[in-house]
Design a protein around this ligand. Structure first.
Ligand code: UDP
Length: 238
């Protein structure tokens, strides 16, 4: 059997990633492709926690920019992550893998409430655990939820899936001469605002020595590469 570098991972998928080529909503083919990659690493014996964003449906900041109360808008954003979580759950289960959605906002007809010990038990049984509704608190992001859940559920690393190959000195979508780093420290990421994750998430990871691997989600096989310890993307550590 291939040797796993990480026995348990937390994979952070942004909502945008689920929209595929569209700007909004959920694109079934894209989700199916991600589900396949997730099922493949789970089949190798890697325990997988997913934290899914909601930006493809609603972001609290855009609601508040249009005059909505920020906290109410953030709750809408959290509800958007639940829709995404159910879509990803469906796609993974179609491939024959057991999953559980755990929500930080109770809605027991839809999913289990997030209970840390239950989450760990599901992982031990080989179920893919999908954490929905962020942290359950307004003014946070799903990046922060990813860092928090990764620590609570004792994951070996956060895999931060992005549209680009890693962390760059400037936005590679806008600057052709942008240089990618192989390794950056938490402090460099914070001080230089390298756009790895938001500052709250990075600080939380830093305080608990949790590595963050930033990599391109759209290169097929990349989740597996990270799990097997191939040197791709950028690693953020102390
Ligand atoms: N959100 C929140 N608290 C959390 C996580 C998320 O209030 O703990 C809200 C916030 O409004 C955010 C939205 O949910 O804009 C969607 O999450 P996020 O923007 O992190 O999604 P992504 O950018 O990863 O798609």
């Amino acid at each position: 059997m291939d040797k796993l570098l990480y026995k348990r991972i937390l994979l952070k998928l942004s909502g945008e990633a689920l929209a595929g080529d569209q700007k909004y909503g959920i694109e079934p083919q894209t989700i199916h492709a991600f589900a396949q990659e997730i099922a493949e690493v789970a089949d190798l014996g890697c325990e997988v926690v997913l934290v899914i964003g909601g930006g493809n449906i609603f972001r609290g900041m855009s609601g508040s920019a249009k005059g909505m109360d920020r906290a109410s808008a953030d709750y809408m954003g959290m509800l958007a992550t639940v829709m995404n979580a159910l879509a990803v759950q469906d796609a993974i289960e179609k491939l024959g893998r057991e999953t559980r959605v755990l929500t930080a906002i109770a809605m027991r007809e839809v999913a289990e409430p997030y209970i840390r010990r239950r989450g760990i038990r599901h992982l031990e049984k080989g179920r893919v655990v999908i954490c929905a509704a962020g942290t359950g608190n307004p003014y946070f992001t799903t990046d922060t939820a990813a860092a928090l859940r990764a620590m609570e559920l004792k994951c070996g690393a956060i895999l931060k899936a992005t549209k680009v190959d890693g962390v760059y000195d400037k936005d590679p979508m806008k600057h052709a001469d942008a240089v990618m780093f192989k390794r950056v420290t938490y402090l460099q990421a914070l001080e230089k605002r390298l756009g790895v994750m938001d500052a709250t998430a990075i600080s939380l990871a830093m305080d608990n020595d949790l590595p963050i691997v930033v990599f391109n989600l759209f290169t097929k096989g990349n989740i597996m590469r990270v799990v097997l310890g191939e040197d791709i993307g950028t690693i953020v550590t102390g």
